[in-house]
Design a protein around this ligand. Sequence first.
Ligand code: FAD
Length: 508
Amino acid sequence: VSRLVLVLGDQLSPNLSALQKAEKDTDIIVMAEVADEASYVPHHPKKIAFIFAAMRKFADALRNNGWQVDYTKLDDPDNAGSITGELLRRAEQHDASGVIATEPGEWRLIEALQEMPLKLHMISDTRFIASHKEFEDWAEGRKELRMEWFYRDMRRKTGLLMDGDKPVEGKWNFDHDNRKPAPDDVDFHGPMQFTPDETVEEVLDLVEQRFGDNFGTLRPFWFATDTGQARRQLTHWIKHALPQFGDFQDAMLNDNRFLYHSIISFHINAGLLDPLEVCEQVEQAYKDGHAPINAAEGFIRQIIGWREYMRGIYFLEGPDYTSRNALKHSRTLPSFFWDADTKMNCVAKTVAQTRDEAYAHHIQRLMVTGNFALLAGIDPHEVHEWYLAVYADAYEWVEAPNVIGMSQFADGGIVGSKPYVSSGAYIDRMSDYCKHCEYKVKDKTGPEACPFNLLYWDFLIRHRERFSNNPRMGNMYRTWDRMDESRKEAVLSDARVVLKRLDLGESI
Ligand code: FAD
């Protein structure tokens, strides 16, 4: 008898553990584009198109390799509408004895599979460097889970940038060199772009018809949608941008959406690129003298450090993680997160870019939209759902720890030891947004003052009890305490005006 082998839209890897367990001659691969997955949040049309197109191409590659693949398209009349529904339908059709599945990256789907009335063999996702058990063992008994310590273990485990048991060039972390403000001229012209082929065009038409009203521009669509293309894009980036990646990792520019970023999270997360292979290629560029250590180390840390650490936290913390709200924030997400209609240029530009590209880089996500939502006290679950919907690389295992944890401090300090908040000064230092803004970043109070300047203090004072004893935040409170009373009053009353306008649904 045959078994079913489930391959999800973010499991498009030839070395997937479920495929390794399967028998080509007897087992049947099940892949399905289903309404449930396409609509649990209003995903960006580019994200849906990317996943469906990559799925269709991966299914073709499997067939060419001799597998039997039962593929259900979204508009197939028999489509059961959910992953479990499709598995049940296919099981009946083939009289299958059970299902082999690689563990999904989301509690929601893990639970749905477990509740299904079919024999399930769920196996670990071996595309990650640390298993759940390794992360749990690392976390056990620690008072604080700091990424840096975990990262060093991952360096030792992979041997990346190691000289025996020591880090190359004598230091584990070169982040200090990676905070340069944006240069006037960026000599990288962004990620390699691909003209949609027939498969992609067909998917684009389907997505336009079914999800055309979702937030986000579908065309022009240029993403790499198979491993071959994704590898070409990576090689192109290593050649032309990696050497500068470190220096300008935290910079932002009004007229440049990509700077020196790699734009490969979509491909790694969907399975088209293997994270370890990507890191080995970057390490090689360093060994060849093509890229400096701060670029190679900075990049490799993001992948074997942050990416793995975030996954570890998601699975360690359990299914209730996305409903945490340590700071008890409850304000509704302002409508300018959807229509970019705000005078704050940094926010307007980040949202507009998100709408057009389904992409924003790390500092835009953290220090512009994330920072604003945190300062303004927006309900973290709403913020989480926004991020999950709008970015093409967003899957819950990686998005939630970044949003609920790192960006919104809603987990009470598991991911970060202090909240990532800043006034307009940080954005001004790291970008040229403020030069193009109607607000004045230098104004600390008054009608033209940058709202980040006002809300920053309002946030700190609102949460003084929680944060004033945090050693990393003492300076902030001392600065406040030194301000004269009339200035303090003006700041807080101007902040209240901004918050009131948000509550009234007005654009600011
Ligand atoms: P680069 O800047 O070129 O970095 C290289 C790679 O490092 C990325 O491709 C990614 O695989 C990895 N990486 C870097 N930072 C992180 C991180 N904090 N967590 C996990 N991996 C990381 N990343 C996602 O993949 N999915 C998300 O849904 C997501 N949501 C985020 C939400 C917020 C609020 C924040 C602050 C960050 C989020 N990130 C998320 C992390 C990061 O912003 C993206 O991985 C990155 O911007 C992707 O662009 P890139 O490929 O050009 O990355």
